[in-house]
Design a protein. Structure first.
Length: 224
C-alpha cells in the first residue's frame, strides 16, 4: 500500500508531515551554519537535543534510539537539525520570549507534593483529622493502608510543572502553601489527601528558554 495523501490522512499523519516539510524548507533556506567547530560542541548539541525531548539517563536514551532505529550518525543529523531550528526560533520569535514566559509562568511553576487517594469519603475525613491532630503522619498512613492502584498513585512526587499535572490536582496545589494539608477533596474515583511540600517559581534559565522558543516556533509553523 502506497503512502498516498489519503492513507496519511487516515493514519492521522498528513498534518504532521506537512508541518515537518514546512520546517525543513525553513531550515534549508537558513544561512549555512556548518558543522560544530569541535567534538565537544557536537556532544553539547546532542545533549541539548535529548534534553529537549525529555530523555534522561543512558538507559532511556538507548531504549529511545533502539525504538527509533537510530545510529550514532543519524542521531548527530537530528541533533544538528534541531540546533539549526532552535536558532531560527530565536531569530523569528526571540522578541516574544519574555511576554510568552510571563503568560505561561503560572503553568511552569514547579511543585513537590504528597498525595494519598482514599476510596471512601468518611474514611478520608477520619484520616485527615488524625493527620491534622498529629496522631499519625501522612507517610505512616501510606505504609499502613493497603495499596489501591485503581485510585491513582500515592506518595511524594515532583518537582513537576503545574502544566504537566491533571487539571484538578494542579488547581488544588495552586491555592495552598508549602506544608499545608488540604481537607479531603473528590478526585477521579475516590477522595484525595494532598499536601504541598515545596513550590518553585519558574525561572527563565537556559533550559526553559529553549523550551519556550520551541513552543513559539511551533506556533509560528502552525499559523503560517
Amino acid at each position: 500500500m502506497g503512502l498516498t495523501v489519503e492513507v496519511l490522512q487516515r493514519l492521522g499523519l498528513a498534518g504532521r508531515i506537512q508541518l515537518e516539510l514546512k520546517r525543513e524548507r525553513w531550515i534549508a533556506a537558513s544561512p549555512e551554519l556548518g558543522p560544530p567547530s569541535s567534538e565537544a560542541l557536537l556532544d553539547q548539541e546532542i545533549q541539548d537535543y535529548l534534553a529537549d525531548l525529555g530523555l534522561k539517563g543512558a538507559a532511556a536514551i538507548q531504549q529511545w534510539m533502539a525504538y527509533e532505529g537510530l545510529s550514532r550518525a543519524e542521531l548527530v543529523i537530528r541533533a544538528r537539525r534541531h540546533h539549526i531550528w532552535l536558532q531560527l526560533c530565536e531569530q523569528r520569535c526571540g522578541k516574544q520570549l519574555l511576554s510568552h514566559f510571563l503568560k505561561r509562568k503560572s503553568e511552569l511553576d514547579e511543585v513537590i507534593y504528597t498525595v494519598l487517594p482514599v476510596a471512601d469519603q468518611d474514611l478520608c475525613s477520619e484520616l485527615y483529622m488524625q493527620v491534622k491532630e498529629g496522631e499519625i503522619s501522612l507517610e505512616a498512613l501510606m505504609e499502613q493502608l493497603p495499596p489501591a492502584p485503581e485510585l491513582g498513585p500515592r506518595g511524594r512526587h515532583g518537582p513537576f510543572p503545574l502544566a504537566e499535572l491533571p487539571e484538578g490536582l494542579a488547581q488544588l496545589l495552586r491555592v495552598i502553601q508549602p506544608g499545608q494539608l488540604l481537607p479531603p477533596k473528590p478526585y477521579q474515583k475516590g477522595w484525595l489527601l494532598v499536601r504541598l511540600e515545596q513550590s518553585r517559581p519558574a525561572v527563565l534559565d537556559q533550559r526553559l528558554r529553549r523550551l519556550l522558543l520551541l513552543e513559539l516556533g511551533q506556533k509560528l509553523l502552525n499559523n503560517n
